[in-house]
Design a protein around this ligand. Structure first.
Ligand code: GTP
Ligand code: MG
Length: 429
């Protein structure tokens, strides 16, 4: 990047920051106004009570009653929410390097200054920070090695080692190195151009399964019942991910319902109920001991049909109480869905913990053999040095990555965006 480019970027980001700051202040003012209106309503209520005690002011009281009703109706029409519910918004942080980087990633995707939100900035900042360990593992070292010198066959050998160390996987690494080698044979490739080319190659790898699936962005189809099963071994983050998905879905105005089909862990239902409450989504469960997961799904489908639900999220167990195979149990759940709602859109999403690296990849391979998976969700990308495993999942298991999680908070999950992921993975120091 030339100096002028970087100056322009900073200027653009500064403008975006000023706009977001202004918007945040306006929202705060609006909230204060709403609070005042509420107080006024409460005052009116008090006045009304006082008036009730004064017989002689009866007529006046009736008038006030009418006025009050009118005010309440107006407030309802304008849908003035209580302040406690509205303050879930994310606070704008400092205007720092993270902000500038995040704003630039959004701008590069064609977003206009007035189209970016604090949530998006916040997410990208988290993603970049989360991938820092993975990045340190290879990019930083690579950049240090490369400097501004052109790439050499030796630097490709270094890159190969670094990619494998970051759990990118043998197949993906081979692919990347051979295309770089080919490029090197044709022309001189400088350090910066090398990184640019590397980004393109990495993006290609994660994009292939997404393109093959024919669906760029996984969202519930309107007018149908969508059933998303979250599967995976224990502790990878299925329940947490489901909670975050429930929030995303209900916030995007899809009628959402949760099925607590992990009947193994006693606390699983409670854990889900907490997440359900946070996003105002009901949880269908069966509290009896050793309840059959398929029976819970059966009940949940009945409720979903009755309530005209768009998205039913199904939490499944990572371990079973019986010797039954996890895959058999999942097959039973699927059978119930197919029988009861044959036209439902079913997604079987494998949840993978990025910090498990190659182990996660092994799980993905064995699940994909027997569980008929349609996508993957990578969790715990915050603070792991093994974020590269996302590439191996795409390349070696051919699963489209649908969402990624980088934290334990309700907003710490986003639809997967290959551009943002690769930029965060290879961001400069
Ligand atoms: N740092 C971090 N922690 C996460 C993330 N997702 C989940 N966790 C944590 O991982 C732990 C396990 O998460 P759960 O959602 O209970 O995992 P699970 O797959 O449902 O586990 P089982 O039901 O026992 O199979 C919890 O402590 C979560 O808070 C993430 O993206 N980042
Ligand atoms: Mg769970």
């Amino acid at each position: 990047m030339t100096k002028t480019d970087s100056d322009k970027s900073r200027e653009w980001a500064a403008q975006a920051y000023a706009l977001l700051k202004k918007r945040q202040e306006e929202q705060k003012l609006e909230l204060e106004n709403q609070e005042e209106q509420k107080l006024e309503l409460e005052n009116q209520e008090e006045q009304k009570l006082e008036l009730e005690n004064q017989e002689e002011q009866k007529l006046e009281l009736e008038n006030q009653e009418e006025q009050k009703l009118e005010l309440i109706n107006n407030a309802r029409k304008e849908n003035i929410p209580g302040p406690s519910k509205t303050i879930v918004s994310t606070e704008l942080g400092e205007f720092d390097d993270n902000f500038t980087w995040s704003a630039m990633v959004l701008a590069a995707q064609g977003k206009k200054i007035d189209q970016i939100s604090i949530d998006e900035i916040d997410w990208l900042t988290k993603l970049r920070r989360g991938l820092e360990e993975t990045r340190k593992g290879f990019v930083t070292e690579l950049l240090d090695k490369l400097g501004d010198d052109p790439l050499t066959p030796e630097s490709l050998d270094d890159l190969e080692t670094l990619l494998i160390r970051a759990d990118v996987g043998i197949d993906s690494t081979d692919k990347i190195i051979s295309s770089l080698r080919k490029k090197l044979n044709e022309e001189v490739v400088g350090g910066e151009a090398g990184i640019k080319f590397l980004k393109k190659e990495l993006k290609k790898i994660v994009d292939i399964p997404i393109k093959n699936s024919g669906i760029d962005l996984l969202v519930p189809q309107k007018g149908k019942l969508n059933v998303w099963l979250l599967v995976g071994v224990n502790g990878v983050g299925k329940t947490t991910t489901l909670g975050k998905l429930a929030y995303l879905s209900s916030r995007s105005n899809y009628k959402t319902l949760i099925a607590a089909a992990d009947t193994f862990r006693a606390a699983a239902v409670e854990q889900l109920k907490v997440w359900g409450e946070r996003s105002n989504v009901d949880v269908i469960s069966n509290q009896s001991k050793n309840a059959d997961p398929a029976a819970v799904v059966f009940d949940a489908i009945n409720s979903a049909i009755k309530r005209n639900v768009d998205l039913l999220l199904v939490d499944t167990a990572g371990r079973l109480q019986t010797k039954n195979n996890l895959m058999d149990e999942l097959a039973k759940i699927k059978k119930i869905i197919d029988k009861k709602v044959p036209d439902a859109i079913v997604e079987s999403l494998l949840v993978l913990d990025a910090s498990q690296g190659q182990n996660g990849l092994k799980q993905a391979k064995s699940f994909s053999k027997s569980a008929n998976l349609s996508g993957a969700i990578i969790t715990k990308l915050d603070g792991t040095s093994r974020g590269g495993v996302s590439l191996a999942v795409s390349e070696e298991v051919n699963l489209p990555i649908r969402f990624i999680g980088a934290g334990e908070g309700i907003k710490d999950l986003r639809p997967f965006n290959s551009y943002e992921f690769v930029e965060a993975l290879l961001a400069d120091k």
